[in-house]
Structure formats: structure tokens, C-alpha cells
Design a binder for this molecule. Structure first.
Ligand SMILES: Cc1cc2nc3c(=O)[nH]c(=O)nc-3n(C[C@H](O)[C@H](O)[C@H](O)COP(=O)(O)O)c2cc1C
Length: 274
């Protein structure tokens, strides 16, 4: 008998290679677990209403002390997207996405408010403020990502925006005290080039109870290496073990694609991080 129920409706099996522990507690989990980065888009534009709802989702995320130290720049201009794509290491999907969002960690607004009230804002120069800016911007962006996905679109984050932070800031006209933390390509997935749900580490590697527990790490990583190699092979991609390629990415400053100078770049953009 042919069943109309998909084999893996929740995405759990694609993530972990095991059966889910119970029935799906809520349909929303199916959307969360089936996230996959989308780098190929159809022609359909992203409507202004969809953008407004996604930003409302972003602004609904928690915010440290409700400071809301972020901004986002919507780019729908091929020329600008081409230049941003180049700056991100020639990532074609940045140029081709119907909508590109530059997520900005933004202390400039509070500095302007401080200036207007003749109150210093030196607190924005500390690592703590950098951290708050990065955390709040990421929380907001991820809410927007889920919103776009709920609307049938796909996204991919673009950390490549930090390869040349000063040039990106110039391209987008950023005020001093702000910088692009990452970008996000948004669009309807091209059905002829579908993206697939990528496996993740077993929960035993990341979830600890009461205290950090290393006892299951080796087995969990071995299991993940096997599943990731299989995933890569099935897509005709290099199937080097995940544990090897992940470590290679942090081997040294030369592996950071220019981002080893991020502190200097952020300082050049007016944050005076010490
Ligand atoms: C902060 C951040 C930056 C990223 N930067 C890039 C990027 O510059 N280019 C890209 O193609 N993917 C980028 N990604 C996507 C990751 O490669 C992707 O999320 C990861 O491989 C897991 O795949 P999945 O999202 O399909 O599950 C980024 C993801 C995050 C969270």
C-alpha cells in the first residue's frame, strides 16, 4: 500500500539517523527541524508584507535589557548585491537572492541618543557590549529566518560579510559604531536545485545533564562522522570526516578568511574595543 505520509515528516531522522523519541509534539517542530540553508532561488520576489512580518518576528525576540542594539538593511539591488557578493568571497547566491538582508550590530543609535541627552556612552566600547550586540542581532535574525521559512522561503546566513567589514560598511553607508555581523539571502527555493536537511551531532554530544559529561563524546562524534560522510558522498561532495574538516577550519589565523583581523576592523568602525 502506498502511504501519503512522508517517511520523515519531522526531519528528526535526517538530523540524527534515528527514530524520533515520540510523536511530534507540535507541527511547528517540523518547520524547525527541517531547516536547510537555501542557496538557489526561483524568480518569485519576496513581498514587502513578508519582509514586514519577518522583521516583526525579529523584533519579537528577547533583547538584552531591551536595548535593541541592531538594525537590518534590506538590499534588492543587483549592482549592490554583486559588490557584496564579491566582498563575501564571490558567493554567487548573495548576488542572485531576490532579497539580501545585512544584519547590523548597531550601537550608533544609543550613541546618538546619548549625544542628544549629553550623556556619555562609553559602555558601548566594552567586550560586553560587543557580545550583547552580537547576541541580540543573532536572536533577531534567527526569528526572521524561521518566519521566512514558515512562509515557504529559504535562507542562508552569510558570515562572509565579515571578510571585509570596512568595505561592507562603506557600501551600506553605516554610521560609526555599527558593523554588519552577517548577511542573509532570502528567496523561494528553486525546485530544480533543492537543498537537503543536513545531519547534526547526536544530542549526547551537546546535551549534558547536571554537569559536563565527556563519556559519550567519542562515540557520538564517530557516529556523526559516518552519517556526514554518507550525506556528502550522496551529493558527490568531498566526504572528509566532519571532525577533521571542522578542526581544519580553526587550525590557525590563515583559516579565518581574513577575519583574524576582526577586532581591528570593528575598532576602525568606531567601536573602540579594547
Ligand atoms: C553565522 C553564520 C554564517 C554563515 N555563513 C555562510 C556563508 O558565508 N556562506 C554560506 O554559503 N553559508 C553560510 N552559513 C551556512 C552554514 O554553512 C550552514 O548553516 C551549515 O553548513 C549547516 O547547514 P544547514 O543550514 O543547511 O543546516 C552560515 C551560517 C551561519 C549560522
Amino acid at each position: 500500500m502506498i502511504s501519503s505520509v512522508p517517511a520523515d515528516p519531522t526531519g528528526w531522522e535526517a538530523r540524527y539517523g534515528t527514530r524520533p523519541p515520540s510523536d511530534i509534539p507540535d507541527e511547528a517542530f517540523s518547520h524547525l527541524l527541517r531547516h536547510r540553508s537555501v542557496r538557489a532561488y526561483g524568480d518569485q520576489p519576496v513581498a514587502d508584507d513578508a519582509l514586514s512580518w519577518a522583521i516583526a518576528a525579529a523584533q519579537s525576540a528577547s533583547s538584552s535589557s531591551n536595548l535593541q542594539p541592531w538594525s537590518v538593511i534590506a538590499v534588492r539591488d543587483r549592482g549592490k548585491q554583486e559588490r557584496l557578493a564579491e566582498l563575501a568571497g564571490d558567493q554567487r547566491h548573495v548576488a542572485q537572492a531576490p532579497l539580501f538582508l545585512a544584519w547590523v550590530a548597531d550601537w550608533s543609535r544609543l550613541r546618538r541618543l546619548g549625544l542628544a541627552q549629553h550623556i556619555p556612552t562609553e559602555g558601548t566600547d566594552y567586550l560586553e557590549s560587543y557580545t550583547i550586540g552580537a547576541v541580540d542581532t543573532a536572536l533577531a535574525a534567527q526569528n526572521a529566518a524561521i518566519a521566512f521559512e514558515l512562509l515557504g522561503m529559504g535562507i542562508v546566513y552569510i558570515g562572509g560579510m565579515r571578510n571585509h567589514p570596512e568595505a561592507v560598511a562603506e557600501e551600506l553607508g553605516l554610521p560609526s559604531g555599527s558593523f554588519v555581523l552577517f548577511g542573509m539571502c532570502v528567496g523561494y527555493p528553486d525546485p530544480s536545485r533543492p537543498a537537503e536537511v543536513k545531519p547534526r551531532l547526536p544530542q549526547a554530544a551537546v546535551l549534558h545533564h547536571g554537569r559536563y559529561d565527556l563519556s559519550q563524546e567519542a562515540a557520538a562524534v564517530a557516529d556523526y562522522d559516518r552519517r556526514m560522510s554518507q550525506f556528502q558522498r550522496s551529493r558527490q561532495r568531498d566526504d572528509q570526516a566532519w571532525s577533521r574538516s571542522a578542526v581544519e577550519r580553526v587550525r590557525g589565523p590563515e583559516a579565518l578568511t581574513g577575519r583574524d583581523r576582526l577586532r581591528e576592523a570593528v575598532n576602525n568602525l568606531g567601536l573602540k574595543l579594547t
